[in-house]
Design a protein around this ligand. Sequence first.
Ligand SMILES: Nc1ncnc2c1ncn2[C@@H]1O[C@H](COP(=O)(O)OP(=O)(O)OP(=O)(O)O)[C@@H](O)[C@H]1O
Length: 238
Amino acid sequence: MSEEEKKFLEIVDLKKGFGSGQTRQEVLRGMNFSVAKGEFCVLLGPSGSGKSTLLNIIGGIDNADSGYININGDKLEDMSEKKLTQYRRKHLGYVFQMYNLIGNLNVKENIEVGAYLSDNALDIDDLLHTLGLYEHRYKLPNQLSGGQQQRVSIGRAIVKNPDILLCDEPTGALDYNTSKEILKLIEEVNQKYGNTIIMVTHNEAIKNMADHVIKLRDGAVRHNDINTNKVSAEDLEW
Ligand SMILES: Nc1ncnc2c1ncn2[C@@H]1O[C@H](COP(=O)(O)OP(=O)(O)OP(=O)(O)O)[C@@H](O)[C@H]1O
Protein backbone atom coordinates (compact mmCIF):
# COMPACT_ATOMS: atom_id res chain seq x y z
CA MET A 1 0.00 0.00 0.00
CA SER A 2 1.37 3.44 -0.95
CA GLU A 3 1.85 6.24 1.59
CA GLU A 4 -1.12 8.05 0.03
CA GLU A 5 -3.33 5.00 0.48
CA LYS A 6 -2.26 4.65 4.12
CA LYS A 7 -3.41 8.22 4.68
CA PHE A 8 -6.53 7.94 2.58
CA LEU A 9 -8.47 9.77 5.28
CA GLU A 10 -6.43 12.06 7.47
CA ILE A 11 -7.79 13.92 10.49
CA VAL A 12 -5.46 16.70 11.59
CA ASP A 13 -5.76 18.58 14.86
CA LEU A 14 -9.52 18.78 14.55
CA LYS A 15 -11.33 20.97 17.07
CA LYS A 16 -15.01 21.61 17.52
CA GLY A 17 -17.10 23.20 20.26
CA PHE A 18 -20.73 24.09 20.68
CA GLY A 19 -22.38 27.06 22.37
CA SER A 20 -20.77 30.18 23.75
CA GLY A 21 -19.88 31.78 27.08
CA GLN A 22 -20.66 29.67 30.12
CA THR A 23 -22.48 27.03 28.11
CA ARG A 24 -19.58 26.60 25.68
CA GLN A 25 -18.54 22.97 25.39
CA GLU A 26 -15.37 21.79 23.65
CA VAL A 27 -16.30 18.49 22.08
CA LEU A 28 -13.30 17.72 19.86
CA ARG A 29 -10.09 18.96 21.44
CA GLY A 30 -7.46 18.35 18.79
CA MET A 31 -8.05 15.03 17.20
CA ASN A 32 -5.49 13.28 15.01
CA PHE A 33 -5.55 9.97 13.15
CA SER A 34 -5.39 8.44 9.69
CA VAL A 35 -7.43 5.70 8.10
CA ALA A 36 -6.07 3.62 5.21
CA LYS A 37 -7.94 2.94 2.00
CA GLY A 38 -10.30 -0.02 2.31
CA GLU A 39 -9.83 -0.26 6.05
CA PHE A 40 -12.66 -1.19 8.40
CA CYS A 41 -12.22 1.30 11.22
CA VAL A 42 -14.24 1.31 14.43
CA LEU A 43 -14.63 4.40 16.61
CA LEU A 44 -15.36 3.62 20.24
CA GLY A 45 -15.87 5.92 23.19
CA PRO A 46 -18.24 6.79 25.99
CA SER A 47 -21.43 8.69 25.36
CA GLY A 48 -20.66 12.34 24.70
CA SER A 49 -17.05 11.73 23.65
CA GLY A 50 -17.68 13.33 20.27
CA LYS A 51 -18.08 10.30 17.97
CA SER A 52 -21.14 11.52 16.08
CA THR A 53 -19.73 15.05 15.91
CA LEU A 54 -16.59 13.66 14.30
CA LEU A 55 -18.60 11.53 11.87
CA ASN A 56 -20.68 14.56 10.86
CA ILE A 57 -17.54 16.56 10.12
CA ILE A 58 -16.05 13.71 8.08
CA GLY A 59 -19.41 13.48 6.33
CA GLY A 60 -19.26 17.14 5.37
CA ILE A 61 -22.51 17.92 7.17
CA ASP A 62 -20.85 19.96 9.92
CA ASN A 63 -17.73 22.13 10.03
CA ALA A 64 -14.76 22.00 12.38
CA ASP A 65 -13.67 25.15 14.24
CA SER A 66 -10.04 24.42 13.37
CA GLY A 67 -7.87 21.67 11.99
CA TYR A 68 -8.76 19.88 8.80
CA ILE A 69 -9.62 16.64 7.06
CA ASN A 70 -7.87 15.32 3.97
CA ILE A 71 -9.63 12.79 1.83
CA ASN A 72 -7.53 11.22 -0.86
CA GLY A 73 -5.40 14.35 -0.95
CA ASP A 74 -8.34 16.79 -1.04
CA LYS A 75 -8.68 19.13 1.90
CA LEU A 76 -12.33 19.26 2.96
CA GLU A 77 -12.11 22.82 4.25
CA ASP A 78 -10.83 24.05 0.89
CA MET A 79 -13.80 22.70 -0.99
CA SER A 80 -16.35 25.11 -2.34
CA GLU A 81 -19.99 24.43 -1.44
CA LYS A 82 -20.46 22.95 -4.91
CA LYS A 83 -17.46 20.65 -4.60
CA LEU A 84 -18.53 19.63 -1.11
CA THR A 85 -21.99 18.72 -2.35
CA GLN A 86 -20.42 16.66 -5.13
CA TYR A 87 -18.09 15.01 -2.65
CA ARG A 88 -20.99 14.04 -0.38
CA ARG A 89 -23.00 12.76 -3.32
CA LYS A 90 -20.35 10.72 -5.00
CA HIS A 91 -17.90 9.65 -2.35
CA LEU A 92 -19.83 9.21 0.88
CA GLY A 93 -22.45 6.78 2.06
CA TYR A 94 -24.16 7.13 5.42
CA VAL A 95 -25.85 4.43 7.50
CA PHE A 96 -27.67 5.53 10.66
CA GLN A 97 -29.19 3.72 13.60
CA MET A 98 -32.61 4.68 12.26
CA TYR A 99 -33.18 3.58 8.71
CA ASN A 100 -34.92 6.71 7.34
CA LEU A 101 -36.46 4.85 4.42
CA ILE A 102 -39.08 6.43 2.19
CA GLY A 103 -42.34 4.76 3.21
CA ASN A 104 -44.13 4.77 -0.14
CA LEU A 105 -41.18 3.46 -2.17
CA ASN A 106 -40.44 -0.26 -2.34
CA VAL A 107 -37.09 -1.85 -1.44
CA LYS A 108 -35.63 -1.56 -4.90
CA GLU A 109 -36.78 2.04 -5.33
CA ASN A 110 -35.40 3.04 -1.92
CA ILE A 111 -32.01 1.70 -2.99
CA GLU A 112 -32.25 3.40 -6.38
CA VAL A 113 -32.64 6.73 -4.58
CA GLY A 114 -29.02 6.32 -3.47
CA ALA A 115 -27.83 5.77 -7.04
CA TYR A 116 -29.24 9.10 -8.14
CA LEU A 117 -26.59 11.23 -9.86
CA SER A 118 -23.88 8.59 -9.43
CA ASP A 119 -21.76 7.79 -12.45
CA ASN A 120 -20.32 4.71 -10.78
CA ALA A 121 -23.43 2.93 -9.45
CA LEU A 122 -23.39 -0.77 -8.64
CA ASP A 123 -25.70 -3.15 -10.46
CA ILE A 124 -28.95 -3.04 -8.45
CA ASP A 125 -29.97 -6.68 -8.92
CA ASP A 126 -26.50 -7.89 -7.96
CA LEU A 127 -26.61 -5.66 -4.90
CA LEU A 128 -30.10 -6.89 -3.96
CA HIS A 129 -28.70 -10.43 -3.94
CA THR A 130 -25.71 -9.40 -1.79
CA LEU A 131 -28.12 -7.72 0.62
CA GLY A 132 -30.33 -10.81 0.75
CA LEU A 133 -33.25 -8.67 -0.39
CA TYR A 134 -33.87 -9.85 -3.93
CA GLU A 135 -37.09 -11.73 -3.05
CA HIS A 136 -38.28 -8.74 -1.05
CA ARG A 137 -37.52 -6.12 -3.68
CA TYR A 138 -41.14 -5.09 -4.28
CA LYS A 139 -42.08 -4.81 -0.60
CA LEU A 140 -42.63 -1.51 1.18
CA PRO A 141 -40.55 -0.69 4.28
CA ASN A 142 -43.48 -1.39 6.65
CA GLN A 143 -43.60 -4.95 5.33
CA LEU A 144 -40.01 -5.59 6.45
CA SER A 145 -38.33 -6.50 9.74
CA GLY A 146 -35.93 -4.03 11.38
CA GLY A 147 -32.92 -5.99 10.10
CA GLN A 148 -34.29 -6.02 6.57
CA GLN A 149 -34.93 -2.29 6.75
CA GLN A 150 -31.35 -1.74 7.86
CA ARG A 151 -30.21 -3.85 4.89
CA VAL A 152 -32.13 -1.53 2.60
CA SER A 153 -30.51 1.50 4.20
CA ILE A 154 -27.06 -0.09 3.74
CA GLY A 155 -27.98 -0.75 0.11
CA ARG A 156 -29.04 2.85 -0.38
CA ALA A 157 -25.71 4.02 1.09
CA ILE A 158 -23.45 1.75 -0.95
CA VAL A 159 -25.25 1.60 -4.31
CA LYS A 160 -23.25 4.57 -5.53
CA ASN A 161 -20.11 2.65 -4.52
CA PRO A 162 -18.77 5.37 -2.22
CA ASP A 163 -15.11 5.54 -1.22
CA ILE A 164 -16.19 5.92 2.38
CA LEU A 165 -19.10 4.39 4.22
CA LEU A 166 -19.89 6.11 7.50
CA CYS A 167 -21.97 4.06 9.93
CA ASP A 168 -23.37 5.59 13.11
CA GLU A 169 -24.50 2.81 15.47
CA PRO A 170 -25.94 0.73 12.62
CA THR A 171 -26.94 -2.08 14.98
CA GLY A 172 -28.09 0.15 17.83
CA ALA A 173 -31.78 -0.64 17.32
CA LEU A 174 -31.38 -4.33 16.55
CA ASP A 175 -31.40 -7.52 18.59
CA TYR A 176 -28.33 -9.77 18.94
CA ASN A 177 -28.91 -12.10 16.00
CA THR A 178 -30.02 -9.36 13.64
CA SER A 179 -27.04 -7.21 14.68
CA LYS A 180 -24.74 -10.07 13.74
CA GLU A 181 -26.43 -10.43 10.38
CA ILE A 182 -25.92 -6.73 9.71
CA LEU A 183 -22.27 -6.86 10.79
CA LYS A 184 -21.73 -9.83 8.48
CA LEU A 185 -23.26 -7.82 5.66
CA ILE A 186 -21.04 -4.81 6.36
CA GLU A 187 -18.02 -7.12 6.45
CA GLU A 188 -19.04 -8.60 3.11
CA VAL A 189 -19.57 -5.17 1.57
CA ASN A 190 -16.13 -4.07 2.77
CA GLN A 191 -14.50 -7.16 1.25
CA LYS A 192 -16.48 -7.18 -1.99
CA TYR A 193 -16.47 -3.49 -2.88
CA GLY A 194 -13.39 -2.32 -0.93
CA ASN A 195 -15.05 0.76 0.58
CA THR A 196 -13.32 2.34 3.56
CA ILE A 197 -15.67 1.92 6.51
CA ILE A 198 -15.84 4.07 9.61
CA MET A 199 -18.24 2.76 12.18
CA VAL A 200 -19.23 4.41 15.44
CA THR A 201 -20.42 1.96 18.05
CA HIS A 202 -20.90 1.39 21.75
CA ASN A 203 -20.39 -2.31 21.27
CA GLU A 204 -16.82 -3.13 22.31
CA ALA A 205 -17.04 -6.61 20.73
CA ILE A 206 -17.18 -5.08 17.25
CA LYS A 207 -13.58 -3.95 17.60
CA ASN A 208 -12.54 -7.57 17.15
CA MET A 209 -13.72 -7.61 13.55
CA ALA A 210 -12.13 -4.26 12.65
CA ASP A 211 -8.77 -3.58 11.00
CA HIS A 212 -8.33 -0.40 13.01
CA VAL A 213 -9.71 0.58 16.40
CA ILE A 214 -9.79 4.17 17.62
CA LYS A 215 -10.92 4.97 21.13
CA LEU A 216 -11.99 8.49 21.97
CA ARG A 217 -12.27 10.05 25.37
CA ASP A 218 -12.96 13.69 26.22
CA GLY A 219 -12.67 14.78 22.62
CA ALA A 220 -9.29 13.23 21.86
CA VAL A 221 -7.87 9.93 20.64
CA ARG A 222 -6.79 7.81 23.63
CA HIS A 223 -6.00 4.57 21.80
CA ASN A 224 -5.20 4.02 18.16
CA ASP A 225 -4.61 0.35 17.40
CA ILE A 226 -4.25 -1.78 14.30
CA ASN A 227 -5.89 -5.13 14.87
CA THR A 228 -3.58 -7.87 13.67
CA ASN A 229 -5.82 -10.62 14.91
CA LYS A 230 -9.20 -9.81 13.52
CA VAL A 231 -12.05 -12.29 13.63
CA SER A 232 -15.00 -12.59 11.30
CA ALA A 233 -18.37 -11.09 12.25
CA GLU A 234 -19.67 -14.65 12.45
CA ASP A 235 -17.31 -15.37 15.37
CA LEU A 236 -18.06 -12.24 17.38
CA GLU A 237 -19.77 -12.70 20.72
CA TRP A 238 -21.07 -10.26 23.28
N1 LIG B 1 -25.55 20.67 17.56
C1 LIG B 1 -25.13 20.63 18.84
N2 LIG B 1 -25.31 21.66 19.67
C2 LIG B 1 -24.85 21.65 20.94
N3 LIG B 1 -24.22 20.61 21.51
C3 LIG B 1 -24.02 19.54 20.74
C4 LIG B 1 -24.46 19.46 19.36
N4 LIG B 1 -24.09 18.27 18.86
C5 LIG B 1 -23.47 17.61 19.86
N5 LIG B 1 -23.42 18.36 20.98
C6 LIG B 1 -22.80 17.96 22.27
O1 LIG B 1 -21.53 17.46 22.00
C7 LIG B 1 -21.22 16.37 22.86
C8 LIG B 1 -20.75 15.20 22.03
O2 LIG B 1 -21.85 14.70 21.28
P1 LIG B 1 -21.72 13.49 20.27
O3 LIG B 1 -23.10 13.20 19.80
O4 LIG B 1 -20.69 13.79 19.26
O5 LIG B 1 -21.20 12.35 21.22
P2 LIG B 1 -21.16 10.78 21.01
O6 LIG B 1 -19.83 10.33 21.44
O7 LIG B 1 -21.59 10.47 19.61
O8 LIG B 1 -22.27 10.31 22.03
P3 LIG B 1 -23.29 9.08 21.97
O9 LIG B 1 -22.43 7.87 22.09
O10 LIG B 1 -24.16 9.28 23.16
O11 LIG B 1 -24.03 9.16 20.66
C9 LIG B 1 -22.47 16.09 23.67
O12 LIG B 1 -22.28 16.62 24.96
C10 LIG B 1 -23.55 16.83 22.93
O13 LIG B 1 -24.52 17.31 23.81
